[in-house]
Design a protein around this ligand. Structure first.
Ligand code: PEP
Length: 249
């Protein structure tokens, strides 16, 4: 049985004042029946970890370098994130792929580094609108899965997030059938590559304009084990609505 996961990605939002949202979140969900993860900017990881201590909320990073240490000004290694209090790290978000030219090979190396450091890698995949309209979605996702998941993946150290690029921050959401088709496809690919045991234990998140009012129907789709949430994770009240929908799914 896969434990469901509500993950929030704060992106480049939040200074110390935003930590009060975590106080609200932990107070609203004192004994959550799903996993809750918040990925704040790296500057807040340590303080966020302290703010959620003893609660059911975990803290993650938004990216990591593929190497353990070295001359990489401005970068952070997976070990550093773990040391600061992170349990997971997002890799291959479409904004990293776009803004920093990250390719599947880079993402695989980052995910491997995260796993070697004892973090869970949340690998993001997703198609552009152009690719969907050209009916290339499954080909694109299949290529991203083969290229970006390291061989050492297990149900504990890997989470997959399907995030159609055109749905991120736009208010547009694929139909439930479209989400189900991609999630079933990802599950089948994972089972084929890693065997049924591992393939069935990896959690699959949907991401892209998930809000409290559309979360319940999305969580009813087969092979959707939770969500990766951007905008609606910034306010505890909104994210809490999504967590409650996941708890009731
Ligand atoms: C994201 O960036 O991962 C995301 C899903 O954003 P939003 O929820 O704002 O669409």
């Amino acid at each position: 049985m896969r434990r469901r996961l509500a993950a929030g990605n704060w992106k480049m939002n939040g200074t110390g004042a935003a930590l009060s949202e975590l106080d609200t979140l932990t107070a609203t969900h004192p004994s959550p029946t799903v996993d809750i993860l918040i990925c704040p900017p790296a500057t807040l990881i340590h303080r966020a970890g302290q703010a959620v201590q003893g609660s059911g909320v975990a803290i993650g990073g938004q990216d990591c370098h593929a190497e353990v240490s070295g001359a990489h000004t401005g970068d952070l290694s997976a070990e550093m994130l773990k040391d600061a209090g992170a349990t997971s790290v997002i890799v291959g978000h479409s904004e990293r792929r776009e803004d920093h030219g990250e390719k599947d090979d880079d993402i695989r190396a980052k995910a491997r580094a995260a796993m070697n450091a004892g973090l869970t890698a949340i690998i993001c995949v997703g198609e552009s609108l152009e690719q969907r309209e050209a009916a290339n979605t499954l080909d694109i996702i299949g290529g991203q899965l083969s290229g970006s998941i390291p061989d050492l993946a297990t149900g504990e150290n890997l989470v997959l997030a399907y995030e159609p690029i055109w749905a991120i921050g736009t208010g547009k959401v694929p139909t439930l059938e479209e989400i189900g088709e991609v999630h079933d496809f990802i599950r089948a690919r994972l089972e084929r590559r890693f065997g049924e045991g591992v393939g069935r234990s990896v959690r699959l998140l949907y991401g892209g304009s998930v809000k409290p009012d559309n979360a319940a129907e999305i969580f009813g789709v087969s092979n959707v084990d939770g969500a990766l949430v951007g905008g609606a994770s910034l306010k505890a009240r909104d994210f809490s609505g999504i967590i409650s929908a996941l708890e009731q799914a």
